[in-house]
Write a protein that binds this ligand. Sequence first.
Ligand code: TXA
Ligand code: MG
Length: 320
Amino acid sequence: MNIEKADAQAVAKAGAVLRAGGLVAFPTETVYGLGADATQAHAVAAIFATKGRPRFNPLIVHAVDVATVERYAIMTPVAKVLAAAFWPGPLTLVLQRRADSGLSDLVSAGMDTVAIRVPGHPLATALLAEAQVPVAAPSANRSGRVSPTCAAHVAADLGDDVDLILDGGPATVGLESTIVDCSGEVVRLLRPGAIATDLIEETIGSPISRVEGATETPTSPGQLESHYAPAARVRLNVERPEKGEALLAFGPNVPEHNGLVLNLSARGDLTEAAVRLFASLRELDQPGVSAIAVMPIPDTGLGEAINDRLTRAAAPRPRV
Ligand code: TXA
Ligand code: MG
């Protein structure tokens, strides 16, 4: 078994694996990441191979602190304001790469920008400090599947294809980071996420433009791709679940249902719902289930990111 409880010894070992060009799955506050040294092209390529990503989407680079970020990318004034407010934490900034960044071109998919974040999870911080290299890490799931919020999810998806899985318990936020593009004149929201959009707008002092459908496809906006998807079909805004479906409920008023039922938050709390979203989708994704029926979820605060993930989970699947 390649899962290790994330104590000091395991973190030291994981740092060595990363420096040697290996793959380490590690906890962050959002979801578990599949990490590799962002300066080694071979290591970054192994991420794509292991996830089974059909294309080279650009990845998020994780850095230990803001000073380290400045070695790789140019922090604009807005970027500095957002970093001061939310780092370490679940915010990713897309910035212009420095010419001498040393980052592999593959992490940026050949673009002159790079997505960077300083994670807030103590084990992620410890790993980055130990490794002494910037760590490229997408979510540690097979491409297109539900993001992992605990070590067992990673093991189920990637198993022995990862050199080491650091077990740091369940993720505390449960939704991927919010991605804000600060690389150009106009600040844009590329992915709603763990920090609610209105908080970002409050911090920069103006409304932010949303790039519709840009998640996971920064080069071809407008395409809604299947993603974050369980094997079972997903049906949204369901008031009355059908026979054979599993029900993903939200709030206190749950319709009677003869079948699997999980409630994201019985008290209608969106933060609690975010924490439970991906684990609940995995749990309801049973062989006999005809579809996962999801009750309506308000689109306010974290609800925007939750509905973004659910809409993608419900999108038509590509034929393989
Ligand atoms: O919470 C998170 O962000 C997690 C944890 C592990 O940190 N990571 C994560 O990574 O969600 P991933 O690879 O699943 O998502 C990366 C997203 C993609 O939507 C990608 O298109 C976007 O970041 N991205 C990366 N580099 C970019 C760039 N230079 N320009 C625009 N978008 C970029
Ligand atoms: Mg992902």
